[in-house]
Design a protein around this ligand. Structure first.
Ligand SMILES: Nc1nc2c(ncn2[C@@H]2O[C@H](COP(=O)(O)OP(=O)(O)O)[C@@H](O)[C@H]2O)c(=O)[nH]1
Ligand SMILES: [Mg+2]
Length: 709
């Protein structure tokens, strides 16, 4: 494959809702580049992307596919993304390295959930967007309504560059407002025919053309001056102005196609070539030390791995964007995040299931390699070893479940498989919870976890089951209490003796460390499960030797690890050891450990103990019309609304909700809003549960533990 210079590369994410035609479009684009000689179809299961077993079975994209193509001497690196919201991580990974997104909209049903959700990501990540209205050949295609919705949802900067004259069955012509010509697209992708605009369309075309000229001029002062002087701009000038608008998200062009019939795709590629930035023109990426990389091939090599995947016949594949310098076969690089040396054994250009080896790529290009020793997604490879590209930020997982192998002898193998999945899917989390004695996995939604189950059962041949995940409660106290415990044992020869008196108090951030007892020594521990333990030695007159203090602490820690109420971790407690007794012969560490543990347990129960639960901050994006229903549902989940904001047709609701009430929330939210709402959540803090919940949790714990005995 030839080596493409930075200015001859376009890195494009193909995004949009489910079944809008992204995969079909990528196929047509690859066909125009001669990458394939025949276009496959999703129905025939022979497209370049969607080649993985799970995708073939479900006839749906699950992972993104990288596909190159060439058109008019420009290399297109397309990343065909899944449309379903549960796989948004693939979209985020693709957008990260793309310099523009083609958002595919189905002309039959206009703006859909996928478009709405993904739009938010393009906005957060400052990525240019072009809308591609697809399926114009369909009998139910409605261009005007679709365009109207695009403006309604995404604002008046949505600008048609074309409009169809005969959408629906028999579609073959658009008015191109840049060229001011009628373009005829033969079904099946033959050469487009350029004709004059018919009289019947003249007036409408002129009007839209003028609007487009004004829009182009607004982005550049020189163009604006020229526009004022001459009242018009040439096609070339318009493209220049529009490109600036596209790059700063001031203009969102609209293009018309039928991907299935390969109509308008070649013209679309011309427009993308002209109106989308090349990698050096696009916004630079930042490095962790605040520098920016502008895709300069003359600099030392820096490449960012945006995706890692396991591919049949190849094994682990790392997909990279070269952000500086060149990358060549057999090059030695360093993983800047870990310091590991890596050799680029092979450079591979991916066209989905088709691959070609390449010798060299320039800055801005997207390429894959195999057999890296220890470099995964979101890591940087560099020549110098000291440049780290900022990590991609993925949404926190929000759908939790506990998982186990049906055959418990396979639990260990399952653990390894889950960790491997985590390496290729950064929106998925695995936690072997010692505390809950469960393996908890979390992902973006029910579908996401269903697919993971499918892969584990089918590809790894381990039968698994999902079951209810426990909640990581915490325990703490709310008032001071004192108690003592004497551990005394006389059996045969030497006995055991230890007596400990303690006063415990609630700890809170910023409290002064003082008690009614004089503190001789104090230690502060940040507990691994969050919160603090302050351990004060207030012993006077040598009632307990200092050498027994660590043993007493050990006893307390044991009880904090398995709290007195429900066996959950205890936190935020000040323990003051203020008296005790020793025996000249029988006192030893074990005796003091047990005395400390039991004194703590007893004092804890007197100190008005409370169960704390994890509270999450939840951000919900919901169509205004469903706002009421969502709020009612939240109230039923003990949710605390924090506020809401409106953004176009949508409301953003922020609320604090206990994790215990968020079980299967995505499924409920989806049914309330017909799939249009979505949400994100992240941990906020621990908070005391209401009394009735506390009683229920304790009762459940006691019952469960009785069963186990
Ligand atoms: N009529 C019509 N159907 C299309 C067109 N593009 C895609 N489709 C069909 O829409 C369905 C979904 O297409 P696919 O490319 O898998 O969509 P994706 O989920 O966005 O990747 C398939 O049945 C395609 O054949 C089009 O331009 N016209
Ligand atoms: Mg697809």
């Amino acid at each position: 494959m030839k080596v493409y210079q930075t200015q001859d590369i376009r890195d494009i994410a193909i995004i949009g809702g489910n079944r809008t035609g992204k995969t079909t479009l990528a196929e047509a684009m690859a066909f125009h580049g001669g990458v394939i000689s025949r276009r496959g179809t999703v129905e025939d299961k022979n497209t370049l992307s969607d080649y993985r077993e799970v995708e073939l079975e479900r006839q749906q994209s699950i992972q993104s596919s990288v596909i190159y193509s060439e058109f008019e001497n420009v290399k297109f690196n397309m990343i065909d993304c899944p449309g379903f919201d549960d796989f948004v991580g693939e979209v985020i990974g693709a957008l990260r390295v793309a310099d523009a997104a083609l958002m595919v909209i189905n002309a039959q049903n206009g703006v859909d959930v996928g478009a709405e959700n993904q739009w938010r990501w393009t906005k957060r990540m400052h990525k240019p967007v072009m809308f591609v209205i697809n399926q114009l050949d369909h009998e139910k295609a409605n261009f005007d309504e679709t365009l109207h919705e695009l403006k309604q949802y995404f604002g008046n900067s949505v600008m048609p560059l074309q409009y169809p004259v005969n959408a629906g069955v028999g579609f073959d012509s658009v008015i191109d407002l840049l060229q001011m010509k009628l373009l005829k697209f033969p079904v099946g992708g033959g050469k487009m025919i350029v004709e004059d605009i018919p009289a019947s369309e003249q007036e409408k075309a002129e009007e839209l053309h003028s609007a487009l000229i004004e829009c182009a001029a607004e982005n550049d002062e020189a163009l604006m001056d020229k526009f004022f002087e001459e009242g018009t701009l040439s096609e070339e000038e318009m493209v220049k102005g529009l490109k600036l608008g596209v790059m700063n998200r001031g203009t969102f062009p609209v293009i018309c196609i039928s991907a299935k019939n390969d109509q308008g795709v070649d013209r679309m590629m011309q427009i993308v070539k002209g109106n989308c930035p090349n990698p050096a023109e696009a916004l630079p990426v930042k490095t962790t030390n605040g520098n920016e990389l502008h895709c300069d091939s003359t600099k030392p090599t820096v490449a960012y791995v945006f995706k890692s995947a396991v591919e049949q016949h190849l094994g682990d594949v790392a997909f990279m964007k070269v952000y500086d310098g060149e990358m060549t076969q057999a090059m030695d690089l360093v993983n800047s995040n870990t310091g590991t040396k890596e050799r680029i054994s092979q450079l591979i250009a991916f066209a989905g299931r088709n691959r070609e080896t390449v010798d060299k790529v320039c800055a801005g290009d997207i390429v894959a390699t195999i057999k890296l020793k220890g470099t995964g997604a979101s890591q940087t490879l560099s020549k110098s070893g000291d440049v780290i590209v900022e990590k991609t930020i993925y949404p926190d997982p929000k759908f939790r479940t506990a998982v186990r192998a049906k055959n418990s002898s396979e639990d260990e193998k399952l653990g390894a498989v889950l960790n491997d999945i985590r390496k290729t899917d950064l929106t998925f989390l695995v936690e072997q919870s010692k505390e809950l004695k469960q393996v908890i996995i979390s992902g973006q939604g029910e579908q996401h976890l269903n697919i993971i189950k499918w892969m584990i059962e089918k590809l790894n041949k381990i039968e698994i089951e999902y079951y209810a995940p426990k909640i990581p409660y915490r325990e703490t106290i709310t008032k001071a209490a004192e108690d003592m415990y004497r551990h005394k044992k006389q059996s045969g020869g030497s006995g055991q003796f230890g007596e400990v008196w303690m006063m415990i108090e609630p700890y809170y951030e910023g409290m002064p460390n003082q008690t009614k007892y004089p503190i001789r020594d104090t230690q502060s521990y940040d507990l691994p499960w969050g919160g603090k333990l302050i351990y004060n030695n207030c012993i006077v007159g040598g009632a307990i030797d200092a050498r027994f203090m660590p043993a007493i602490l050990k006893g307390i820690m044991e009880k904090m690890e398995e709290g007195p109420l429900t066996g959950s971790y205890a936190r935020d407690i000040v323990v003051n050891i203020f008296d005790g007794k020793m025996h000249p012969v029988d006192s030893n560490e074990l005796a003091f450990k047990l005395a400390g543990r039991n004194a703590f347990r007893q004092a804890f129960k007197k100190a008005n103990p409370k169960i704390l639960e994890p509270i999450y901050e939840v951000e919900i994006f919901v169509p205004s019309e469903n706002m009421g229903a969502v709020m009612t549902d939240l109230a039923g989940r003990r949710g605390m609304p924090l506020g809401s904001e409106s953004d176009g047709e949508y409301q953003t609701i922020r609320a604090r909700v206990p994790l215990a009430e968020m079980n299967k929330y995505s499924t409920t939210l989806s049914s309330i809003s017909s799939g249009r709402a979505s949400y994100e959540m992240h941990f906020a803090e621990y908070q005391a549960v209401p009394a009735d919940v506390q009683a229920a949790v304790i009762k459940k714990y006691e019952e469960e533990n009785k069963e186990e005995e």
